[in-house]
Design a protein around this ligand. Structure first.
Ligand SMILES: Nc1ncnc2c1ncn2[C@@H]1O[C@H](COP(=O)(O)OP(=O)(O)O)[C@@H](O)[C@H]1O
Ligand SMILES: [Mg+2]
Length: 255
């Protein structure tokens, strides 16, 4: 199997804080990996390092066998890596459809539509982006909300919209940062269903950050658990569920 993503001894500190410490793991094509750990464990920092928001202090990050340590965020996106954010980043006043179209245009700038735009076919590009974005909204169950202001969507649907925006970039690797945060049990069930569907339908490789272990046990093939910046366990959901260090990390956590 070929690794899509590989972290080798990756570290990052902020002043005196060792946010990520000697992290190594790899993600195979088609994987659905869970990245779990208590608050402050360094999970989001891992995504920020992969996507070029921060530079590593030490170590290597490889995507499809190529070192991407020095790449800028837009370069990482153009390679086929998309992410969602722990804190939602949608345009509240714009419509649901406009939110997806704005993201999709970013993709087109780097792809097939670049050629079209160069020869001045803006209208064709706009039309294509619109129909493609509507199709995506249908896939994530938001088509009937297309013209509604995104900020007026219920929270769970805003999370869905953010996922649609990420998929509109046509990624190979999708990084989801706590997509279930703030959801009730029913919403989490629906969201997990959506993640399983898009993973299959879009041939995605997914890394899914989650704070609560139980949420992703059902859908992830393999789970990496970190605490205080370092990996403390890795394995199947069953292995992680009974892993002494993982249990210890979660003990005494109450929220
Ligand atoms: N930009 C930053 N500046 C300073 N400290 C940071 C920064 N980003 C993250 N950290 C620190 O790194 C640690 C890990 O944070 P984070 O990756 O957000 O954890 P998690 O996502 O697992 O909750 C925390 O102690 C956090 O305060
Ligand atoms: Mg986080």
């Amino acid at each position: 199997m070929s690794a899509v993503l590989r972290l080798k001894g990756v570290s990052r500190s902020f002043g005196g804080v060792q946010a990520v410490s000697d992290m190594s793991f790899s993600v195979e094509r088609g994987d659905m990996i869970g990245l779990i750990g208590p608050n402050g464990a360094g999970k989001t920092t891992i995504f920020n390092l992969i996507t070029g928001v921060y530079d590593v202090t030490a170590g290597d990050i490889e995507y499809e066998g190529k070192n991407i340590n020095a790449l800028k965020t837009y370069e990482v996106i153009s390679l086929g890596i998309a992410r969602t954010f722990q804190n939602l980043r949608i345009f509240s006043a714009s419509s649901v459809l406009e939110n997806v179209m704005t993201a999709a245009q970013q993709h087109h700038r780097y792809g097939f539509f670049e050629a079209l735009s160069h020869i001045g076919r803006w209208r064709a590009m706009e039309r294509a982006t619109r129909s493609e974005s509507m199709e995506l909204l249908e896939r994530v169950g938001l088509a009937d909300r297309a013209n509604q202001a995104a900020g007026t969507l219920p929270y769970g649907l805003q999370r869905r919209l953010e996922i649609a925006r990420a998929i509109s970039l046509r990624p190979t690797l999708l990084l989801l940062d706590e997509p279930a945060a703030g959801m009730n049990a029913e919403e989490v069930g629906n969201l997990n269903g959506l993640i399983v569907d898009i993973h299959r339908d879009f041939n995605l490789t997914i890394v899914l950050i989650e704070h609560h272990m139980d949420v992703i046990m059902e859908i992830c093939h393999r789970i990496v658990c970190m605490n205080f910046g370092a990996k403390i366990g890795e394995g199947s959901p069953d292995e992680i569920r009974s892993h002494p260090d993982v249990l210890k990390a979660y003990l005494g956590e109450d929220d």
